[in-house]
Each structure stands twice: as C-alpha cells, then as structure tokens.
Ligand binder design. Structure first.
Ligand code: TRP
Length: 450
C-alpha cells in the first residue's frame, strides 16, 4: 500500500478545511434560509449554533480523523471495533454522496450564469425570474452544466491531496474573500439598501420557533461541512503538529464571516430591487443578483459583465472546493477499503454522482411531478440531509467523543500529546457530553410534537 498523503503545510490544512466549509452553503443556502426564517432573529440563533455546537462538533471530527488517520468508516471501526458506531461512518459517506449529487446541480447553475455573464447575455435587460425558470426547467442545459462541474471536481480529486486539494484551496480562498469584500461595498451603495440592513440587524425574537432553530442547527452543520465525515477525512491528512482547536476556530471564523458578509451583500440588494421577495427560495441568488448587477452598471455595461462574471466564477470555485471535500470523503473510503488506485476510486464516485445528479436536475423540469411529501427529488435530498441526517449525525459524534472515547485520548489528541495548551478543554468536553446532544435532541422532539 502506498504511503498515506498529508497536507504539506498548516496553512494549507486550514485553507483546505475552510475551502470545504465555504461554498454554496454560505452564499446561496444561507441567505435563502435567512429569508425563509425571518431575518435577524435567525442569524442570532445561527451564530449561537456555530459557536456552541458547530465548532465543538468540528473539533470532535478533527480528533477522530487525525487520531486514526483513515477514511471516516475505517476511523470509527478503528476506535470502536465491532460496534454499531461504525454506522455513523457509513451514514456519513453515504450522505456525502447524496449531498454531492444535488450540490453539483446548483454548482452547474453557477457555471451557466458565469458563461452567460461573460458572454453578455445576462446583462441585457431581462426578466430574471423568467430566465431562471426557463433555465432550470430545461432538460439539457442544466444537466450538461452539472456534468461539466463534476468533471472539474473529478480532475482535482484524481490529482491527490497535496497537488490537487491543497494547491487549489490555497489559490482560491484568498481571492474569494477579496471579491466578497468588494461586493458588500457595492451593495451598500445602492438606493434603498437600508431596509435590507434593518432586516438583517433588527431581530424580531417572536419569530423564533422550533423549526427556525432546527433550520439554524442544520444550516450551521451544513455550512461547516460537519457530520458527514468531510472534515474527519481532511483531518486525517493534517500533520501531527497542526493545532486542532486553533484550526477549528479559524475555519469557523472564516466560514461565518463569509456567510454573514454574503447576507450583507445580498439583502440590501434584494430590498433595493423591489420585484424580488426575500423568501424567493433557491432562486434568490440567481434572480436577484443579475437584476442588481444590471441596475448598478446600467451606464457601463462592460463593468457589469466583468462584475457578474467575477461573482459567478467565484461562487463556482467556492462550490468546487466544497464539492472536492464531499468527493474526497467517498473516494478515500473506496481507495483505502478496496485497495484500488485513486484514479479508479474517483471515477466510480464521479460516475455514480453524475447519474444521481441528472435525476436531481431533471426534478426541476421534466420530472417535477415526481414528488414525495410535496418535495421534488432535489428538495427532498436537501431536506432529509440537512434537517434530519446532519443534526442526528451531530448528536452521534458528540456522544461518541463525549461518552464512548476515553477522555485521555480526546485530551491528548486536542493538545498534540500535551505539547500545546487547550484552555477551553473543559468547556468543550461539557458541551459535547451534555449541551450539544441535549440541545439538538430537544429541537428534534419539539419539531416532532409540533
Ligand atoms: N459546507 C459546504 C457549503 O457550505 C457544503 C458541504 C461540504 C457539506 N461538505 C459537506 C455540507 C458535508 C454538509 C456535510 O457549501
């Protein structure tokens, strides 16, 4: 068996994990959830979920991955041989696969919007709801785009950990942060944007219900790439001197800043273009933003091309670094369990995902009549994974590190064998033992009763 790969540097490890976290979840899904769940109050709950549930769960995943240096399924079997805990790893890999297959659909949309921006078609005064609806219901174009996107992901994963994942993340992440900054400034300068700010900053706590909290927990997990073994797999490539607590906080901070900044960039713009409502759903980013670019750059169309092109390109690249991590968690499992080459493992995953991805894409048009509980296949995958499996997976990971694993093993891994200090260890341990599992379970039960 070949030597197991590692990330070459600590900063590479942080940026790869941040690359996994920052993606469509921040720029596309977060604003959608904020819009559907009442604005500022949701953001407050979301921030609490990130700090008190998300980051501790991330630390748990990190320690499981680095301690075992194996893919997620093997990791659980190594730490708890012959027990049911292994199923958490199995569910993780399976759901990562499901998420990837619908993730590539929206990523494909970003690719299409990028091509349309650069070609100038997007900026020609158009009815953007119509453009969006025509596009997503088309049987061919979105499918082709999703396949092309999957192809890109495949190429990077096939290159391996250092020259694929790490190199690419180091290039992408700084660029991404820069462009978001520019977009925020532009959006604030649009007329009418202050109403959007009010929506984001004036919490109305009467809007918080069980389902709002569940959405916030789900979104926190989704955005941080938790509970499906992605970060566990990445952590298995961390060096032994990487500081896990510092890395987790860095990743959490980057991810949350990008999400909040995206909100600050999208809502002022939504309110200044009055034909779009805040709860426009998955189309929000694809309907609002073109109108915004169109209005903002009316006098100088070429700037509009550049700007919207840049935006969709970066959105696509952010999606790419996240898709890579979903892909890697499945690929690493196949590669290590069946002793096949990386290239072959990657091909199996890509082809299987493409097949399921086509079905997800068609569920917006040709197959939109196939629904379960009123949701099409795409919505069903998103709902089941983020509102059911992710929170459940979070509970299981907490119980595993808090109750099953030996406390010394946990502390040892988080302090690199006692060589670095982790001052908040007791707080962390208390959270994973009691607070996080009870909080998530409570939200679940409340939702079931309601
Ligand atoms: N976090 C990514 C985003 O924000 C998506 C993602 C990657 C993910 N890996 C995951 C979501 C694992 C849930 C579980 O777009």
């Amino acid at each position: 068996m070949e030597k197991r790969s590692n990330f070459g540097s600590k900063i590479g490890a942080v940026l790869a994990a941040a690359g996994s976290a920052v993606g469509l979840g921040n720029v596309w899904r977060f604003p959608t959830e904020v819009g559907n769940n009442g604005g500022a109050a949701f953001i407050v709950v979301y921030l609490l979920c990130i700090a008190f549930i998300g980051i501790p769960v991330m630390l748990s995943e990190f320690l499981i991955g680095r301690h075992t240096r194996a893919n997620t399924i093997t990791a659980f079997s190594k730490l708890a041989p012959g027990t049911w805990w292994r199923l958490e790893g199995v569910a993780g890999v399976f759901v990562a696969f499901i998420i990837l297959s619908y993730y590539i659909v929206v990523s494909g949309w970003t690719l299409f919007y990028f091509i349309q921006s650069v070609g100038g078609q997007l900026m020609a005064d158009r009815d953007y709801s119509l453009v969006y609806n025509d596009f997503v219901t088309d049987p061919w174009m979105p499918v082709l785009m999703a396949l092309a996107f999957m192809g890109l992901t495949h190429v990077i994963i096939a290159r391996g950990v250092q020259s694929g994942i790490e190199r690419f993340s180091k290039l992408m992440m700084p660029m991404l942060l820069f462009i978001i900054g520019i977009l925020v400034v532009c959006s604030f300068s649009m007329p009418g944007s202050s109403e959007g700010l009010r929506f984001l900053l004036k919490p109305d706590f009467s809007k918080i219900t069980g389902s709002v909290v569940l959405s916030a927990v789900g979104q926190a997990f989704y955005s941080l790439s938790l509970a499906m073994g992605c970060l566990c797999t990445y952590a298995s490539y961390f060096r032994s001197d990487t500081r896990l607590p510092k890395t987790a906080m860095g990743v959490g901070a980057i991810d949350t800043s990008v999400a909040v900044l995206s909100g600050f960039f999208i809502f002022p713009a939504v309110f200044s273009v009055d034909s779009v409502s805040v709860d426009a759903g998955p189309g929000l980013v694809f309907i609002t933003l073109p109108s915004v670019f169109n209005i903002a750059f009316h006098g100088v169309p070429w700037l509009g091309y550049v700007f919207s092109g840049l935006f969709y390109l970066l959105l696509m690249l952010a999606a790419l670094t996240s898709a890579m991590s979903l892909h890697e968690s499945v690929t690493a499992y196949l590669l290590e369990t069946f002793s096949i080459s990386r290239k072959r493992a990657a091909i199996i995953v890509s082809v299987a995902c493409m097949t399921l991805g086509v079905a997800c894409s068609l569920s917006f048009g040709m197959w939109s009549h196939l629904t379960l509980f009123g949701m099409n296949l795409f919505e069903l995958f998103d709902f089941v994974s983020s509102k059911v499996i992710l929170p459940l997976g979070g509970i299981i990971i907490c119980l595993f590190t808090g109750w099953y694993l030996d406390r010394r093993l946990v502390e040892n891994e988080l302090t690199n064998g006692g060589t670095v200090r982790f001052r908040l260890f007791r707080l962390y341990y208390f959270i994973v033992r009691y607070v996080a599992p009870l909080a998530i379970a409570g939200v679940f039960v409340q939702e079931l009763i309601a």
